[in-house]
Design a protein. Structure first.
Ligand code: TYD
Ligand code: MG
Length: 452
């Protein structure tokens, strides 16, 4: 008999402690600690990944990690140019958002490209998956389906079938007999994931794990998985609307902050070819408080709309609400507008929103946000077809902007004609994209005189 130990694990953040308490000291949630029995044996795979010996770094093959692209350009890009062989990816999202749909489509595409794929469904019946597959046109004969919740049996099938891809839908419904706690508990999820990962790394299998998200947006229980896996993708969007966003929050083989935009159609998810057009939408232009900025999202530039609304405070303390941008940065911009431009925002509620579910946290968005706030405050719209690029300093000065060329190209492609930017940042740029006129500014006050 192996030795067992009882711990209390938070089902929200994964914290473990020896005593029960009503509130998790780490994440602050109430009633999330549950008793789990840990077994000394089986908690970690004991065998090593291979018989490796220390080698000089220069003698290690310099080739980039081999990747397999599936052909869905948006998905390949968020993965950093395709799936790295032997990597483990966690896909999180609300129920019904389209996780199973996306990975079934993905499975079929790589199967059609000649790779053997095993889709393990621990939630739905084979018939349910088959009906979905028919709808998606996923019928490759290299795509295998397995309905199983037992970890041991899945491991045996993976070893026998030797697939290049294994997709587990979902990790919270798997259970290992070695762990006495229920499926979905922190120790079960961690044990199942680490055993599958070990199998994947040893056999060069690309492993995809689907995980559910709790109401507050964190991956339920398996937050501890985030540091085990190579890539963490979040599927977001309103399931009553057709657009979906996939965000890479961690990627050992590519850029994070990368975003892929999809549309849910009658035949599965299709990539949105012109994301700037989707993000800008139809309305907004010509309304005071609305400004367009070319933002760097992951490795590409996208045009996003920043909206601000200022209203006189009715109850003593002014409210500030920010979504899609950094709260502290917006507070700093409010102080700059108050002190350097003389806008009395201290007696106004301020709301700032970045449209389309994109989070803009780069300083280069400062100028656009400041102009949006001032535009709403003065109730005057900014000129049409104009974008704003630049970081705002505490003195009210406007500075630089990384990757200006790609931002201006995207603005020109979307039919914008004028870019308002820092006086010094055009130096590094060889040519301006056709159709874009650059207007150089030195301070926020000067910008506002120019456009409002
Ligand atoms: P699903 O992929 O099962 O979501 P998850 O695995 O994240 O829980 O289902 C997503 C939703 O998408 C479901 O409500 C039905 C809908 N859907 C379509 O609109 N078109 C399609 O082609 C498919 C397969 C599903
Ligand atoms: Mg599903």
């Amino acid at each position: 008999m192996s030795k067992t130990k009882v711990v209390y694990a938070c089902q929200q953040c994964g914290r473990q402690q020896t005593k029960w308490s009503g509130r998790c000291p780490d994440c602050g949630e109430w009633n999330t600690l549950a008793e789990e029995v840990l077994q000394a044996k089986g908690a970690q795979p004991t065998a090593s990944l291979g018989a490796d010996v220390p080698r000089p770094i220069g003698t290690i093959g310099g080739d980039a990690a081999p990747r397999i692209a599936c052909g869905l350009a948006e998905l390949d890009r968020i993965l950093g140019g395709g799936v790295v062989v032997g990597s483990v990816t966690l896909l999180g999202g609300d129920p019904g958002i389209g996780k199973s749909t996306l990975l079934l489509q993905f499975a079929n595409l790589v199967a059609q490209a000649g790779h053997k794929v095993l889709y393990v469904t621990a939630e739905e019946s084979a018939l349910q998956i088959k009906l979905r597959a028919d709808r998606l046109g996923a019928g490759s004969d290299r795509l295998y389906l397995l309905c199983e919740t037992g970890l041991e049996s899945i491991k045996t099938h993976v070893e026998k079938l030797k697939p290049s891809f294994v997709i587990v839908d979902s990790i919270q419904t798997l259970a290992s007999p070695e762990i006495p706690s229920a499926a979905g508990s922190v120790s079960q999820v961690r044990e199942c994931a680490s055993q599958l990962m070990y199998l994947a790394k040893r056999g060069g299998v690309c492993l995809f794990l689907i995980g559910h998200v709790t109401k507050d947006g964190s991956l339920a229980g398996p937050r501890t998985l985030e540091h085990l896996v190579d890539t963490v993708l979040y599927f977001e969007g309103d399931r009553y609307q057709s657009y979906r966003i996939i965000r890479a929050v961690k990627n050992r083989f590519g850029s994070t902050n990368e975003v892929g935009i999809f549309e849910m159609t009658g035949t599965g998810l299709s990539e949105v070819k012109n994301p700037s057009a989707y993000l800008l939408g139809q309305g907004g232009r010509g309304i005071p408080g609305t400004v367009v900025i070319p933002a760097l999202v992951g490795t590409r530039s996208l045009l996003v709309e920043v909206q601000a609304l200022t209203t006189k405070t009715s109850y003593g303390v002014p409210t500030r609400r920010v979504s899609g941008a950094d709260f502290n940065r917006v507070c700093m911009l409010l102080a700059v507008l108050e002190k350097r431009v003389g806008l009395h925002l201290g007696i106004h509620d301020v709301f700032v929103n970045v449209v389309g579910g994109i989070f803009v946290d780069e300083p280069t968005a400062d100028l656009g946000i400041a102009v949006a706030i001032a535009s709403s405050f003065r109730d005057r719209a900014t000129p049409p077809r104009t974008v704003f690029v630049g970081e705002v300093g505490l003195g009210g000065e406007v500075r630089g902007g990384a990757q200006l060329a790609s931002r201006l190209q995207e603005a020109a492609r979307m039919g914008f004609e004028k870019a308002i930017l820092a006086a010094d940042c055009l130096k590094g740029l060889d040519v301006l994209p056709r159709g874009i006129e650059a207007v150089e500014v030195k301070t926020v006050a000067q910008t506002l005189d120019l456009v409002l």
